[in-house]
Design a protein around this ligand. Structure first.
Ligand SMILES: NC(=O)c1ccc[n+]([C@@H]2O[C@H](COP(=O)([O-])OP(=O)(O)OC[C@H]3O[C@@H](n4cnc5c(N)ncnc54)[C@H](OP(=O)(O)O)[C@@H]3O)[C@@H](O)[C@H]2O)c1
Length: 317
C-alpha cells in the first residue's frame, strides 16, 4: 500500500510517499481503508524530528505521519466486538510505536479507539473529529466545570479551541473566548458569549467581565489554553480555579492555588461515539480548510506552517 513516511527528518519535503506492507490487524484491532486523514500540528512536530528528540517517538528508520482518520473497516482481527467489515468509522491512533500513521491507504487501529462515523458527514469532515474533539473533551473533564461557571478559551478559532467552546457552552458554561479579531463572528457562532481579540491585556479584560465578589477574587473559574499562551491565560483565572494546557512542558506555575493540568489525548471510542452524536445533532461542527491528495502531503504541511487556517487540512489517500 502507499503511505506517507519520513526517513530523514526535516521540513515538508521530508514527507515521501512510499510503498510499504499493508498492516494486518491483530487481536482486538480493525483495519481501516482510509478515506481521509487530518493534518494536525503534531504531524509537523513528528516530521521535523522534534518528537523523537524529546523522547515522544522511539528512534526508527522510517516514521509514519497522521493520527486521526475516517474510512471503512476492511478487515478485523480476532476478538473484535462491535465492528464489522464495511462499517464507516472514525478513529485515532495514539500508539507511537507503529511504522505508518494516518496518511496511508490502510491503518490498523485498536477497536477501542474507533467509533461509527457521523451520519450525513463527509469523510474529510469526520476525520477532523477524533484528535481535536477528544482533546477538547478530555481537557474539559480535567477542569470539571458546572453549568453557570465561567471558562476562558484561548485559540478559540482553532480546532481544539473551537470544539472546546461548543462542548463547554453545550453544558451551560459561560465562555469568554480569545482569537484573532477577524474570528469574532465565527467564535460567537460556536457559542462564546464574550469575545476578546488577541493582543489585548487579557487578564485585565477578563477580570472586568468576571468581577468576582465578597467571597472570591475576580477572574474566570477556569482556562483552557489551546493557543499555549501560558501565564497570560493563567492570570485571568481566579484564585483556586483551574487551568489546562495542551502542551506538555508548557505548564505555568500553579499560582494562587490554581489547579494546573496538562491534557494528553487518550484514544477512547466510547467517548468519541458521544462526540459523533453531537455532530449528528449539530452541536459540534467539524471544519475543513482544504483537502490534498496523498502525494501532496508536503504541500499540506507547507500550508499548515503558514498558519491562519480556519478549519483543518485533510489528506485524501
Ligand atoms: N496534548 C494533546 O493531546 C493535544 C492534542 C491536540 C492538539 N494539541 C495541541 O493543541 C494546540 C492547538 O491545536 P489546534 O489543532 O487547535 O491548532 P490550531 O487549529 O492551529 O489552533 C490554534 C489557534 O490559536 C490561535 N492563536 C495563536 N496565538 C493566539 C493568541 N495569542 N491568542 C488567541 N489565539 C491565538 C491560532 O491563530 P493563527 O492560526 O492565526 O495563528 C489558531 O487559530 C497545538 O499546540 C497542538 O499541538 C495537543
Amino acid at each position: 500500500m502507499r503511505a506517507v513516511v519520513v526517513r530523514t527528518f526535516g521540513g515538508p519535503e521530508a514527507l515521501e510517499v512510499a510503498e510499504v506492507p499493508t498492516p494486518v490487524p491483530g487481536p482486538g484491532q480493525v483495519r481501516v481503508r482510509v478515506r481521509a486523514a487530518a493534518v494536525n500540528p503534531v504531524d509537523a512536530f513528528v516530521r521535523s524530528g522534534l518528537a523523537t528528540q524529546v523522547g515522544m517517538l522511539p528512534e526508527r528508520d522510517s516514521v509514519g505521519v497522521g493520527w486521526d482518520v475516517a474510512g471503512t473497516v476492511d478487515a478485523t482481527g480476532p476478538d473484535v466486538v462491535g465492528f464489522a467489515v464495511g462499517d464507516e468509522v472514525i478513529g485515532l491512533s495514539d500508539r507511537l510505536d507503529i511504522p505508518v500513521g494516518g496518511y496511508a491507504e490502510y491503518l490498523v487501529l485498536d477497536a477501542y479507539a474507533v467509533a461509527r462515523a457521523p451520519r450525513g458527514t463527509s469523510p474529510e469532515l469526520a476525520a477532523t473529529l477524533p484528535l481535536n474533539a477528544l482533546t477538547a473533551a478530555q481537557a474539559l473533564d480535567l477542569l470539571d466545570l458546572r453549568a453557570g461557571q465561567t471558562l476562558l478559551v484561548t485559540g478559540a478559532a482553532g480546532a481544539v479551541g473551537g470544539y472546546a467552546v461548543q462542548l463547554a457552552t453545550g453544558e451551560g458554561v459561560r465562555v469568554i473566548a480569545t482569537a484573532d479579531a477577524a474570528d469574532e463572528r465565527l467564535v460567537r457562532t460556536l457559542g462564546a458569549t464574550e469575545f476578546l481579540p488577541r493582543g489585548v491585556e487579557l487578564s485585565a479584560r477578563v477580570r472586568a467581565l468576571v468581577p468576582g465578589g465578597a467571597d472570591r477574587d475576580s477572574g474566570v473559574d477556569a482556562a483552557l489554553d489551546a493557543a499555549v499562551i501560558g501565564v497570560r491565560a493563567l492570570d485571568a483565572v481566579r484564585g483556586g480555579g483551574a487551568f489546562v494546557t495542551v502542551r506538555g512542558g508548557a505548564e505555568p506555575p500553579p499560582l494562587r492555588g490554581i489547579r494546573v493540568h496538562n491534557v494528553w489525548i487518550r484514544a477512547d471510542g466510547r467517548r468519541l461515539a458521544e462526540l459523533v452524536g453531537l455532530v449528528e445533532t449539530g452541536r459540534l461542527t467539524p471544519r475543513v480548510a482544504e483537502t490534498f491528495p496523498l502525494e501532496k502531503a508536503a504541500e499540506a504541511h507547507r500550508r499548515l506552517a503558514e498558519g491562519g487556517l480556519r478549519g483543518r487540512l485533510v489528506v485524501l489517500p
